[in-house]
Design a protein around this ligand. Structure first.
Ligand code: SAM
Length: 213
């Protein structure tokens, strides 16, 4: 049941089972295509000695790759609490556990509680948060150099799909809802934070936008 600290109902959807599935897939096949695009954009711009802030980073597989490729430290912010044991296993196994801080914080409502980082990542997160303006304003203001995020395309198919999914969730008694926020308005929020678009890749399900200060 969502309580005071999980008003968006994340724990009911992104629990231990979801975490196990993501971690298992990563162990077996490495990063999925969208995560690979996110990491490749950052590697291409350069992340040596960079600090990373991943918002809604789940089990942390993107952080593992960035730390392996020269980033010094990663902070993971999550609102769901079910990832922790899979995340520790993954980070321990990769030998990077000492370089990752995992926190249960909503940066959108408590931006002052989070330190800025050189690189900010949001993969499959904006579509899970109702107020994209607040979330991306906070994310952008915490990015010293680079920010990359993924989001679903906004078209008839994605809107119809989410309409069905959200209604099914409501019928099942879940409070979690997903969103297809307007892509250019999201980019506009980040531009207002002083970031410039340097990269775009449109996949069928996830679009990736990379920005630089
Ligand atoms: C679809 S999951 C994606 C997790 C991970 N990035 C992945 O791709 O496997 C979305 C996650 O975003 C997290 N999230 C959404 N809004 C957030 C916020 N404002 N701060 C921190 N985490 C957030 C939720 O808790 C949820 O675990």
């Amino acid at each position: 049941m969502p309580g005071c600290c999980d008003p968006n109902g994340y724990d009911a959807i992104f629990g231990a089972r979801f975490a196990r599935r993501v971690a298992h897939k990563y162990r077996k096949r490495g990063l999925d295509r969208t995560s690979r695009r996110i990491v490749d954009f950052l590697l291409e711009r350069g992340i040596r000695d960079a600090t990373v802030l991943e918002i809604g980073g789940g089990v942390g597989e993107i952080q593992v790759e960035l730390l392996r490729h020269g980033a010094t430290h990663a902070t993971n912010l999550e609102m769901a609490t079910g990832y922790e044991s899979e995340a520790s296993r993954l980070l321990e196994h990769a030998g990077v556990a000492g370089r990752v801080t995992r926190r249960n914080v909503d940066i959108a409502t408590a931006p002052e509680a989070v330190e800025a980082a050189d690189v900010v990542v949001l993969h499959r997160v904006v579509c899970c948060y109702p107020d994209y303006e607040r979330l991306l304003t906070a994310a952008g203001s915490h990015a010293r150099r680079l920010l990359v995020f993924s989001h679903p395309p906004r078209n008839v198919v994605s809107r119809a799909f989410l309409w069905v999914q959200n209604h099914a969730l409501l019928i099942a008694g879940k409070t979690f809802q997903a969103f297809v926020h307007p892509p250019e308005a999201m980019v506009g929020v980040l531009k207002e934070q002083g970031l410039t678009v340097r990269y775009r890749r449109d996949g069928l399900v996830w679009h990736v936008v990379g920005l630089e200060r």
